[in-house]
Design a protein around this ligand. Structure first.
Ligand code: GAL
Length: 440
C-alpha cells in the first residue's frame, strides 16, 4: 500500500492576503478561552450556503448540522447549498445574491485570494471579536489566520485543510499494465508518462480521467508545482515567475501530454464521475483533492486493495493547500444565529464531526490524529512537514477574476488537439490573465 510520502521540511504557508497579513496584536486570544455553546440566545433560521450536496461533502455538512442542532436547539439550519464541484455553480449564484443585498446568513469561501475579494468588496463582517471570545487565535495556525486576515481584522472561520495535489489510482488496472502498485510511485511527470503509456498499451482507453474545466485547472496547477517546484510556483502569483517563461512552456507541454491520455467527454463530467472511472477500473489515474478519500471511505472501499494514492509525480514533499472557511456576510438576516454556526465550525467537536468524513484534516492544531481514518492521518503528518503552496483552483492562490480568466484559457485548451499551437495559445492566455490581474 502506498502512502503519501513524508518528506521533511518546514511547513510555511507563505500566503497572506495582499497588502495585509496577520497582526499579532489584533489576533491574540483573549483570556476567556473557548466557550462554544454558550454564545447567544439567538433563535430563528440560519441559512448556510455551500456546494456540498452529495457523498462525503454532504456527510461533512451533516456532521456540522448535527452538532449545531445539539448545541443550539433554538436555531434552525436552512440548507442553501447549490450543487457543482468546487462551487462551479454556487459561486455565480452567491455573487448575484451578494450583489442584490440578499446574502445567506453564512457562506463557504476559500482562505486566501478568493476571500480577499469578498473582503475588499465590503461584503464580510469582521470576526475578530469572535476569535477573542472563542480563543481561536491559539488553536488555528498563524499562517492560516494570516490567509483570512485583512488590515488586522479576521474575516472567516476555517473548517478544514484539504490537499489538491493527489493522484488516486486503481491497483488492479496498474497490475494488468505491468506496473507494481506497491512500488515507489513515479518520481517525475516524465516517469509518470512512461506509466501512462504502459496503461494505454494494456488496452485502457482512458489512462488518466478528468472532468470539467475546473478539474483541468487543478491538474494544470499540480503540473506547474511538479515542474517549477514550490518557490517558482508561488512566484507565479506574485509576478516573480513569468508566465511567458521557458520553464512555464515546459510545464504546459507536460500538461498537454497528460491531457492527451484523458477522456474526451470531460466537459460533461464533474469530479465524482472522473474519480469513479478509477474506482470502476475504466481509468488508471485521476488527479483530485482529498475529498475523493471521503467518498471512497463512505463507500467502504479498501485503501491498498481498491485504491492507492500518492502526490502528483514531481510534487513529493509539497502540500498544495486549500481551506474552506465560513463567513458572516454584511446584511445577514440572522447575524447572531450565524455566529453560533461559526462557533460550531471553529469548535473541536465541529471540526471532528466534519473532517472525519470530509477527507480533509482539521484546521485546529489541537485535534488528535488518532480520531481520523488512515488517509487523513497521513495528510496531517504531511501538512506538518511538507512545503505548503496555495491551490489555484480552490481560491487560495489568486483572486476570483484571475481564476476565471485562467479557467477560460484552460477550458478552451480542453477542447483543442493539445498540439503545439494550442500550447502557445494557452501560454498567451495565461500570460494575459496574469497581466490583467497581478497587482503592482
Ligand atoms: C473545493 C472545496 C472542497 C470540495 C471541492 C469539490 O473547492 O474546497 O471542500 O468541496 O471543492 O467540490
Amino acid at each position: 500500500m502506498r502512502r503519501l510520502s513524508l518528506v521533511a521540511g518546514i511547513a510555511a504557508l507563505g500566503l497572506a492576503l495582499a497588502g495585509c497579513g496577520g497582526d499579532d496584536s489584533d489576533n491574540s486570544a483573549g483570556d476567556t478561552g473557548g466557550n462554544s455553546g454558550s454564545g447567544t440566545e439567538a433563535s430563528g433560521d440560519v441559512e448556510v450556503f455551500t456546494w456540498w450536496t452529495e457523498g462525503g461533502e454532504k456527510a461533512g455538512l451533516d456532521g456540522l448540522v448535527k452538532v449545531f442542532g445539539e448545541k443550539y436547539p433554538n436555531l434552525k439550519f436552512v440548507n442553501g447549498a447549490v450543487a457543482g464541484g468546487a462551487g462551479s455553480n454556487a459561486k455565480a449564484v452567491l455573487a448575484s445574491r451578494l450583489q442584490t443585498q440578499d446574502p445567506p446568513d453564512t457562506f463557504q469561501g476559500h482562505a486566501g485570494g478568493e476571500l480577499s475579494d469578498y473582503i475588499k468588496a465590503g461584503q464580510l463582517e469582521d470576526l475578530s471579536d469572535l476569535y477573542q471570545s472563542e480563543g481561536w487565535s491559539d488553536v488555528f495556525p498563524k499562517t492560516l489566520i494570516d490567509a483570512i486576515t485583512y488590515e488586522g481584522k479576521i474575516y472567516s472561520v476555517p473548517s478544514n485543510v484539504h490537499r489538491a495535489n493527489v493522484v488516486w489510482a486503481n491497483p488492479s488496472v496498474l497490475e494488468k499494465a505491468g506496473i507494481d502498485p506497491a512500488a515507489e510511485p513515479p518520481a517525475s511527470i516524465a516517469d509518470w508518462i512512461t506509466q501512462l503509456d504502459k496503461v494505454k498499451a494494456s488496452g485502457v482507453e482512458t489512462p488518466l480521467s478528468i472532468a470539467t474545466d475546473w478539474t483541468q485547472v487543478q491538474l494544470l496547477e499540480t503540473v506547474l508545482i511538479s515542474d517549477l517546484k514550490a518557490d517558482a510556483y508561488k512566484g507565479l502569483w506574485t509576478g516573480d515567475t513569468k508566465w511567458d517563461s521557458a520553464e512555464v512552456t515546459t510545464a504546459l507541454n507536460d500538461y498537454a501530454k497528460l491531457m492527451s491520455y484523458t477522456n474526451s467527454n470531460r466537459s460533461s463530467l464533474d469530479w465524482p464521475d472522473a474519480a469513479n472511472m478509477v474506482r470502476d477500473g475504466k481509468a488508471a489515474y485521476n488527479v483530485m483533492g482529498d475529498w475523493v478519500a471521503a467518498n471512497w471511505q463512505g463507500e467502504k472501499l479498501e485503501e491498498g486493495t481498491d485504491y492507492i494514492y500518492f502526490p502528483v509525480p514531481g510534487s513529493q514533499g509539497t502540500f498544495d493547500f486549500l481551506s474552506d472557511s465560513f463567513t458572516l456576510p454584511v446584511g445577514a438576516k440572522n447575524p447572531e444565529g450565524a455566529k453560533d454556526w461559526l462557533r460550531v465550525v471553529g469548535s473541536a467537536e465541529g471540526q471532528k464531526a466534519f473532517n472525519t468524513v470530509k477527507g480533509s484534516i482539521p484546521a485546529r492544531t489541537d485535534a488528535s490524529a488518532a480520531d481520523y481514518p488512515t488517509y487523513q492521518q497521513s495528510a496531517i503528518k504531511d501538512f506538518s512537514t511538507d512545503t505548503i503552496v496555495p491551490s489555484l483552483a480552490h481560491g487560495a492562490a489568486a483572486s476570483i477574476s484571475w481564476l476565471n480568466d485562467i479557467t477560460s484559457a484552460v477550458g478552451k485548451f480542453g477542447t483543442s488537439k493539445f498540439d503545439s499551437g494550442a500550447v502557445s495559445e494557452l501560454q498567451s492566455g495565461l500570460t494575459q490573465a496574469a497581466s490583467n490581474n497581478l497587482q503592482s
